[in-house]
Design a protein around this ligand. Structure first.
Ligand SMILES: NC(=O)c1ccc[n+]([C@@H]2O[C@H](COP(=O)([O-])OP(=O)(O)OC[C@H]3O[C@@H](n4cnc5c(N)ncnc54)[C@H](OP(=O)(O)O)[C@@H]3O)[C@@H](O)[C@H]2O)c1
Length: 310
């Protein structure tokens, strides 16, 4: 079984390799999925670069990948919501960079027929983040006006759409080149952070600010945009100096969140929510290297997906 692994920390072209792996056994609670597509996330790039090595120890060769979609080929006795042949969406702790993955049954849901393989694989982590942040971290405290920084990104674009589904007023920032995209997703107001100071443009207007960028200076603007006493949520680092009174949260995955619940919500909204796909690359090692290299720069909006030929 072909898988794409990292043999060490380092540059994509130096450490990503193709390996032939033995299939893992499937116990009563697990499911085997033959993957049709998997997504590359910024988190994979950070893991490969070694940025997480103080918190998470990897044993090499390590197969990256949390997000995928494919067809069920084996089902444990205690799993009843899917059967062999079903098309499914998969969230794994690791290992979706390859031809198959074995995951707990509670981490897969059936893929709606109307959802493309690319959208199914690409939406997993961005959607789990969006859903858990809005529904569980903030819940009723979110308020009526929400600012999304990084609204053109995978997480940001789903946040804009999910918040609009819930009737919120959404303020958004991204680069000028992505203004049309973000407005089309439903943002009520948009500021291009590379032309205008978003902090000044939207000062004191949002009940909740979500920094869905890759970090950098967005935090300063975000604090300016948050109403005093509001919520500020960061997907990466919180601002080092919290200059305004408010509730500051650093969002991260939690055992308290149910993948099954969140992914089921995704399937229910599948026809209403769109995911931008930047690249669909062939199921080969050079595609995985290319995907990682693209994410290291400032790529076009949208997910990078590796997909088997039809
Ligand atoms: N904590 C968690 O559980 C969790 C979960 C998922 C993701 N993340 C992290 O969250 C970040 C976003 O993930 P993603 O998959 O959505 O990445 P992505 O698709 O690459 O999106 C990044 C976004 O940041 C925007 N951006 C960059 N600099 C900005 C600035 N100064 N002001 C406003 N926007 C700016 C980009 O906009 P333009 O391209 O338009 O410039 C783009 O919208 C990544 O660092 C990822 O690792 C964390």
């Amino acid at each position: 079984m072909k898988r794409f692994a990292m043999k060490d920390y380092g540059e994509a072209k130096d450490v990503l390799i193709e390996i032939e792996a033995e299939p893992r056994p499937v116990d009563d609670t697990h499911v085997r999925v033959e993957l049709t597509a998997f997504a590359i996330n910024p988190y994979d790039v950070a893991l490969r670069q070694g940025a997480m090595r103080d918190f998470r120890t990897l044993k090499f060769p390590y197969v990256l990948g949390n997000d995928g979609a494919g067809v069920v080929t084996e089902v444990g006795k205690e799993v009843s919501h899917v059967k062999v042949g079903d098309e499914v969406i998969v969230h794994a702790v690791g290992g979706t960079y390859g031809e198959e993955v074995v995951v707990p049954g509670k981490k897969i849901v059936k893929k709606p027929a109307s959802m493309s393989w690319e959208a199914a694989a690409g939406a997993v982590t961005p959607w789990l983040t969006t859903y858990n942040l809005v529904t569980h971290l903030l819940g009723d405290t979110i308020g009526d006006t929400v600012m999304v920084q990084g609204a053109s990104g995978a997480v940001g674009s789903l946040l804009v759409q999910y918040l609009k589904e819930q009737g919120k007023t959404v303020l958004a920032s991204a680069s000028k080149r992505n203004e049309t995209l973000v407005r089309q997703l439903g943002a009520d107001q948009f500021v291009a952070y590379d032309e205008v100071d978003a902090g000044e443009a939207f000062a004191d207007q949002a009940d909740t600010v979500i920094d869905a960028t890759k970090g950098g200076r967005a935090g300063e603007a975000g604090m300016q945009i948050m109403k005093a006493g509001g919520n500020f949520v960061a997907l990466n680092n919180l601002p080092s100096e919290q200059k305004k009174a408010g509730n500051y949260f650093s969002f991260g995955p939690s055992k308290d969140y149910s993948d099954f619940e969140a992914l089921t919500a995704l399937t229910e909204l599948a026809d209403k929510i769109q995911l931008t796909i930047a690249e669909v690359l062939p199921f080969e090692l050079r595609s995985v290297v290319e995907g990682h290299e693209l994410l290291e720069g400032h790529p076009s909006a949208g997910k990078i997906i590796i997909k088997k030929a039809d």
